[in-house]
Design a protein. Structure first.
Length: 339
């Protein structure tokens, strides 16, 4: 946990020092271009790899009664047997995290009055579902809001979302609720790993690093907007130059902006090779995108290589002499004349 935090802090410190020492072009131009190329190539490679992976069996994850006799009610969403059922299941999974909504927690209750001793108990826990949903939707809105830096004129849809996000204006500049809520959600997800003993035992550096990285991105973004403010117009001119492949000098932009941009670039580079790639990966998962109809439809693996079969007659022709010496029964006796 501390090593991943130190890595993020070190990345931010290097970006700050580099921008202050006159290397703003390195962290503001070269690194974002490299990050964009690595992200695009890496994600295409991952998706092609997933698409080419063989699926020898029909292995959908089921969460209810499968299709059976007519008088037995089927759970058509959690155990779909048709393509339309799979579409509905994927829609609810992608947009509402349906499987996470059914999250349960197992615990041991000591001195249970029913069993007069320890007893395993299971109960629903919706906190993870709520904060995961909160984080993803807030992050999506923040991502869409940032399109105002990349296009000119700003699309009406982006302006509308900004007005909704800051509808309860607090102070000046306008406070966007998604910025604060995404940080709250990230702190919950981090605290869950820190204070849950079993989860902390299972967590590795690649579990903590993206959380600290996202917290760093959200924190520096809030700092740029409300505390260590920078000139928005100059930032837009600089980013528009990057988009048009005509970079301009980053004059007048403070070092905190380059810390924020560097952390975003590191996230883009890290994304294709981490667990964060589950965003497109859910569409390639055979446990989600396959119908549970193996009793009605035979699933033939399209990646099966052609087989070279070895019949018993061919086997006997190859090993007839050895089989005869061992006294094994033969359908055709060895040719004595040939011997």
């Amino acid at each position: 946990m501390f090593s991943s935090l130190l890595l993020v802090l070190l990345t931010g410190a290097v970006a700050w020092a580099g921008a202050a020492a006159g290397f703003a072009t390195l962290f503001g131009v070269a690194l974002p271009y490299v990050a964009a190329v690595v992200f695009i190539v890496g994600m295409v490679w991952r998706m092609v790899y997933w698409a080419k992976s063989p699926v020898p069996f029909r292995i959908p994850t089921t969460g209810g009664q499968e299709q059976s006799l007519d008088f037995i009610r089927q759970n058509k969403i959690d155990c779909p047997s048709t393509t339309w059922g799979v579409v509905k299941r994927m829609f609810l999974e992608v947009f509402f995290f349906r499987s996470l909504f059914r999250n349960t927690v197992a615990d041991v209750r000591e001195n249970d009055p029913v069993s007069n001793g320890p007893r395993n108990i299971y109960y629903s826990s919706l906190w993870l579902w709520f904060f995961a949903l909160l984080f993803h939707y807030c992050f999506l809105l923040i991502f869409i809001r940032h399109f105002r830096f990349f296009v000119e004129p700003v699309p009406a849809a982006v302006t509308f979302l900004e007005s909704i996000d800051g509808i309860m204006q607090v102070g000046s500049p306008r406070f966007y609720w998604t910025g604060g809520l995404v940080l709250v959600a990230l702190l919950f997800l981090l605290g869950r790993r820190l204070f849950n003993r079993r989860l902390r035992y299972l967590s590795l550096l690649n579990d903590y690093f993206p959380l600290w990285l996202l917290i760093g991105i959200a924190g520096t973004g809030l700092c740029l907007r409300y505390f260590d403010k920078t000139e928005i117009a100059q930032v837009k001119v600089f980013i528009m130059g990057l988009v048009r492949f005509a970079p301009v000098a980053p004059d007048g932009i403070n070092a905190m902006f380059f810390v924020h941009l560097t952390l975003v670039s590191v996230l883009l580079i890290y994304f294709p090779f981490s667990k964060l790639a589950h965003m497109p990966g859910v569409f390639f998962s055979p446990t989600r995108n396959m119908a549970n109809n193996s009793r009605r439809v035979r699933h033939i693996n399209p990646w099966n290589p052609p087989k070279q079969y070895f019949t018993y007659a061919e086997y006997e022709d190859a090993y007839r002499d050895a089989m005869a010496e061992a006294g094994l029964p033969l359908e055709k006796q060895p040719d004595k004349a040939a011997e």
